[in-house]
Design a binder for this molecule. Structure first.
Ligand SMILES: NC(=O)c1ccc[n+]([C@@H]2O[C@H](COP(=O)([O-])OP(=O)(O)OC[C@H]3O[C@@H](n4cnc5c(N)ncnc54)[C@H](O)[C@@H]3O)[C@@H](O)[C@H]2O)c1
Length: 233
């Protein structure tokens, strides 16, 4: 079981802000980061993340279970605040769907994340192995795809997509919040047909950990798979 004392979400757009909201719903203090304004003399480097977060707070249906959960989220920017990742147990990236940009962000993650942090990308379409490719073996062990569906609070489904290098124990553990054990972030593994096709090693990795029954994983669960396919955006 991975205890998440603190999390970070990189990218505060449609998915990032809503994933941060859902981590806060589980009682997890979360950093939410996005780009700083381009103008060098911009007074507020957090202007973009602030405006994205304000927009997320107004969404219907609401991403927050309680409005006060928003207080668990701190707003930061990529220019100044990446060193704060050193305190995070779980880091998930949800920036724009471009491999070069994801590589740039993860090079900072590799530099600042603590050695035990679990690191993930929420990409919908970029192969997870190609995101991990430039990084160290240690990074690759702790890296996987964790694909939330939109809207994360309401889509009770998350795809966990290990690569052939991901440590099977890490990929198969259940995530829980240290501070609020009643509101766990449940990670349900659904190895859809397409995922297995793209990442043939993923199923083998998880089988070898021996922790699947504990997670309640139903391999090839057609109901969940079909639901995932229908709701993919
Ligand atoms: N929208 C969906 O339904 C959905 C569902 C599941 C997964 N995803 C995946 O989530 C990720 C984010 O998608 P989204 O829909 O939230 O996108 P979005 O456009 O709403 O947000 C992207 C974020 O990236 C930031 N960004 C832009 N340029 C950047 C740069 N140069 N460096 C760093 N950050 C930059 C933007 O400021 C923005 O906050 C993508 O990988 C996408 O494939 C999207």
């Amino acid at each position: 079981m991975l205890n998440i004392g603190k999390a970070a979400v990189l990218g505060a757009g449609t998915m990032g802000a809503a994933i941060a909201a859902h981590l806060s719903n589980a009682g997890i203090p979360t950093l939410l980061l996005d780009i700083a304004p381009r103008e060098e003399d911009a007074k507020d480097k957090n202007q973009i993340v602030k405006s994205l977060f304000e927009a997320a707070k107004k969404l219907k249906p609401a991403p927050f279970m309680l409005a006060d959960n928003a207080n668990l989220i701190s707003l930061d920017n990529f220019d100044e605040d990446m060193p704060k990742l050193k305190d995070c147990d779980f880091i998930i990236e949800a920036v724009v769907e471009r491999l070069d940009i994801k590589h740039k962000i993860f090079s900072q993650v590799e530099k600042y994340a603590k050695p035990t942090a679990v690191i993930a990308s929420n990409t919908s379409g970029i192969p997870i192995e190609s995101i991990a490719e430039p990084f160290s073996d240690d990074f690759k062990k702790r890296f996987m795809g964790i694909h939330f569906f939109n809207p994360p609070r309401y889509m009770k489904l998350v795809e966990v997509i290990p690569t052939k290098d991901t440590d099977g124990e890490i990929a198969c553990q259940r995530f829980s919040a240290k501070r609020n054990t009643t509101a766990r972030v449940r990670v349900i593994e659904v190895f859809r047909h397409a995922t297995q096709h793209r990442f043939p090693g993923s199923l083998r990795l998880c089988k070898s950990s021996g922790s699947l029954p504990e997670m309640g994983l139903r391999q090839g669960d057609k109901t969940n798979s079909a639901r995932a396919e229908e709701s993919r955006t």
